[in-house]
Write a protein that binds this ligand. Structure first.
Ligand SMILES: Nc1nc2c(ncn2[C@@H]2O[C@H](COP(=O)(O)OP(=O)(O)OP(=O)(O)O)[C@@H](O)[C@H]2O)c(=O)[nH]1
Ligand SMILES: [Mg+2]
Length: 452
């Protein structure tokens, strides 16, 4: 099963790298579904490959960068960089496809040494390793802290509140009506499982909700047998429910445990262990546009993710993170959708949303910095208006994005911006740096110290 495999892309480092003067930097790109991970990783490779021409050229340590090689041979499940480039440089340009499985990025950089060190060792290598994965998988992180009964209780609580209550409709009553001790009805379980997946899909697309569990119901990825994803929350059960063999409870609980202990834990062990730096990407503008419920759900989802950083007896930190992560970049993504002056406000709203979690992370000794980011800039500013192309069309629109508050109100009621479905800018090419906002600042900060 893919989620359980040992990440041997790490061990083959020894074969490729020189014995002396090399270093490795594992960068965790963390973002929920549609946060902009794949586009960011594509732009990151593109900026590095074109370091001599773009804004990177003048920024340390890239002024000492001599050579860049994006590795694909010998990398297991290599990131589909060329596919993403193909979409972005198409006419009309398209965004890369939504990610359906795990993939890996390995980039080797060679820096020129300066000063006295140059005599001993003229150059130094740095290998950057990144994972890309469907954002839905991250939403399962909190399951590691729950047993099946607690998860059922939580789902019952969530389904009592709008908009989930309305979205679930009769499914909620059907799940409540099941006696957990009754013998399992296998065909009814199949039906309920399909309806639960449908409910998760609508929660995401109609209400812009983030916490849609289990994430693999939406995107299973490869290597997981469908029958292992066959369970639903039994809303009449709770953490004290006892089991009887062959009952609804026994069957669903066993599969939940497998899901938590192998599928979820396998992925998190790989993604979260041994990271040196982390980049948290958050699409803040879409939930601001969708409204209060979406913002509040995003806050819950991100807090659960960031909890991994906390010190403390029961924290996930001890279980999954080495206290080696020294830097966390918190980035509001796709800020090219608003005017240059509004970009800092979007970032501020994101940091307001995460105030408590970010204080905890800082308190744990991690350096945190915010970057309002556009991996690929789709708009250009003309006066106080923006000009861009719409997806699937060829012409141009000129628009004003609407208001962004300077701070996020505590009740999360915002009159958000109007968002359009923008297409990437025309004329992108692999051998030219893509237009962006602050990719150079972010990369400089991420690599600071690592390339010495
Ligand atoms: N304007 C603008 N839109 C962007 C940018 N990056 C991403 N987008 C939009 O956001 C969508 C999602 O971006 P992805 O990079 O696929 O996001 P992801 O986090 O990889 O999403 P999953 O693979 O579904 O988890 C894209 O299809 C674009 O519509 C950006 O820099 N600027
Ligand atoms: Mg993706």
């Amino acid at each position: 099963m893919a989620a359980l495999k040992k990440p041997h892309w790490i061990t083959d480092w020894k074969q490729h790298a020189p014995a002396l003067g090399n270093a490795r930097l594992r960068v965790g790109v963390t973002g929920l579904s549609r946060a902009g991970k794949t586009t960011f990783i594509t732009s990151l490779i593109n900026q590095l490959e074109n370091h001599q021409r773009g804004l990177l050229a003048r920024r340390p340590p890239f002024d000492r960068l001599e050579a860049v090689r994006w590795q694909r041979d010998g990398v297991e499940q290599a990131f589909a960089y060329l596919d993403a480039l193909h979409a972005l440089s198409d006419n009309p340009a398209r965004w890369p496809s939504s990610t359906t499985d795990l993939s890996r990025v390995v980039i080797d950089l060679r820096f020129r040494q300066t000063g006295l060190l140059r005599r001993v060792q003229p150059s130094r290598s740095l290998r950057i390793e990144i994972l890309d994965y469907p954002g839905e998988w991250l939403l399962d992180l909190p399951l590691l802290e729950l047993d099946y009964g607690q998860w059922c209780e939580q789902m019952r609580d969530w389904l009592e509140l709008e908009p989930r209550r309305g979205l679930a409709g009769p499914l909620r009553d059907r799940l409540l009506a099941i006696d957990p001790q009754a013998p399992l009805d296998a065909s009814l379980l199949q039906q309920l499982r399909r309806d639960w997946t449908d409910f998760l899909q609508r929660s995401r697309s109609e209400a812009g909700l983030s916490r849609n569990q289990p994430g693999r119901f939406l995107l299973p990825g490869s290597g997981i047998a469908a029958e292992m994803l066959l369970f639903v929350p039994l809303l009449a059960g709770n953490r004290h429910t006892a089991t009887g063999a062959g009952s609804w409870w026994a069957e669903c609980e066993a599969r939940f445990r497998y899901y938590r202990d192998f599928v979820v834990k396998g992925f998190y062990d790989e993604h979260f262990s041994r990271l040196d730096r982390q980049i948290l990407l958050v699409d803040m503008l879409s939930p601001m546009d969708a409204g209060q419920a979406a913002l509040s759900d995003l806050k819950g989802a991100l807090e659960a993710v960031l909890q991994s950083f906390r010190y403390g007896r029961n924290s996930l930190w001890r279980r999954f993170w080495q206290p080696r992560i020294s830097r966390l970049a918190v980035c509001a993504t796709k800020v090219d959708q608003v005017s240059a002056e509004q970009q800092r406000a979007v970032q501020q709203c994101l940091e307001d949303l995460l105030t408590d979690s970010l204080s905890d992370v800082r308190h744990g000794g991690v350096e945190v910095r915010g970057f309002p980011l556009a991996a690929v800039r789709a708009t250009r500013q003309e006066g106080d208006a923006l000009v861009a192309g719409l997806q699937g069309q060829t012409g141009w629109v000129r628009y004003q994005p609407g208001s962004i508050p300077t701070h996020l109100p505590l009740d999360l009621q915002v009159d958000g911006p109007e968002l359009l479905e923008l297409r990437p800018p025309p004329g992108l090419h692999r051998n030219e740096p893509f237009p962006h906002y602050r990719m150079d600042e972010l990369l400089g900060w991420m690599l600071e110290g690592a390339a010495l």
